[in-house]
Design a binder for this molecule. Structure first.
Ligand SMILES: Nc1nc2c(ncn2[C@@H]2O[C@H](COP(=O)(O)OP(=O)(O)OP(=O)(O)O)[C@@H](O)[C@H]2O)c(=O)[nH]1
Ligand SMILES: [Mg+2]
Length: 239
């Protein structure tokens, strides 16, 4: 098995030790990408058995993930499973994501709390409605059927993984919805697996309501303009 579990983590001292312990106990190598946390995340992750990649500045979840994808490729892994550091995702379902990926020869499998057989501890009405809209867009514009388009519990395999290691959106929603949109449009095969998800088990959520609305608007602009991953400053030499 050539699977690396990647955990992006920002100020997750409350939960990171339990998450890493679960991953290691399930038999997977685990990399925690510490996104310049100001708490004890690094020490606790390492003590629980993870390899820690310690970013000196905060890149946001997409930047942390791309670091994880790059680590996987550079160390010879062909498959990654991404899992939140907040205890939200079921470590017990890592093997199921991989199995579905193998059985159906998929490039990405996304854990869904909203698929038949999935469950969650309660998602606000506003967030639920945004997710429905994003789901419809994904289906309509990329032919990708994901009922949980912002889920950060998923398996990704090369060649898509190698592509993501080179180019991956750094902003909120870019790493989930936009990545699925672009991958679907590029012809990669993506499916979902029903999973139980809890609410985060400690720490602080990344996006408040305003950040979520901003991200939704940005996602729609990306869709309409087709700019996707290209919204970023050019390297100095090319300006
Ligand atoms: N907040 C935040 N999280 C980051 C950052 N970089 C990496 N992460 C991690 O990215 C993962 C996803 O963030 P969450 O805050 O759990 O986002 P979410 O799951 O959509 O929101 P919740 O439902 O509140 O858990 C977590 O493991 C974070 O620790 C960052 O810059 N900010
Ligand atoms: Mg979370």
């Amino acid at each position: 098995m050539n699977v690396l579990v990647v955990v992006p983590a920002y100020n997750e001292a409350d939960c990171i030790a339990d998450v890493v312990t679960g991953i290691v106990a399930a038999g997977y190598p685990c990399v925690v990408v510490n996104d310049a946390s100001r708490d004890d995340t690094v020490r606790l992750a390492a003590a629980a058995g993870a390899t820690v990649v310690d970013l000196p500045i905060n890149l946001g979840v997409g930047g942390a993930l791309r670091t994880g994808w790059r680590y996987a490729i550079d160390h010879g892994f062909d498959t990654v499973v991404q899992i939140d550091a907040d205890g939200q995702h079921p470590v017990t379902h890592i093997a199921d994501l991989i199995r579905v990926m193998d059985d159906r020869t998929l490039d990405m499998v996304v854990g869904s709390r909203f698929a038949d057989g999935g469950s969650h501890d309660g998602v606000s009405m506003m967030r639920r409605m945004s997710m429905r809209l994003l789901s419809t867009i994904l289906r309509r514009f990329a032919g990708v059927a994901l009922s949980d388009p912002t889920s950060g519990f998923r398996a990704i395999r090369t060649p898509l993984l190698a592509e993501f290691a080179e180019e991956f959106p750094p902003h909120y929603l870019g790493d989930t919805f936009e990545a699925a949109l672009v991958a679907g449009r590029r012809g990669y095969d993506i499916a979902e697996l029903a999973v139980p998800m809890r609410a985060r088990q400690g720490g602080t959520p990344s996006a408040d309501i305003f950040a979520s609305i901003r991200s939704m608007i940005r996602a729609l602009v990306v869709l309409i303009t087709g700019t996707s991953f290209d919204i970023r400053p050019k390297p100095l030499g090319e300006r």
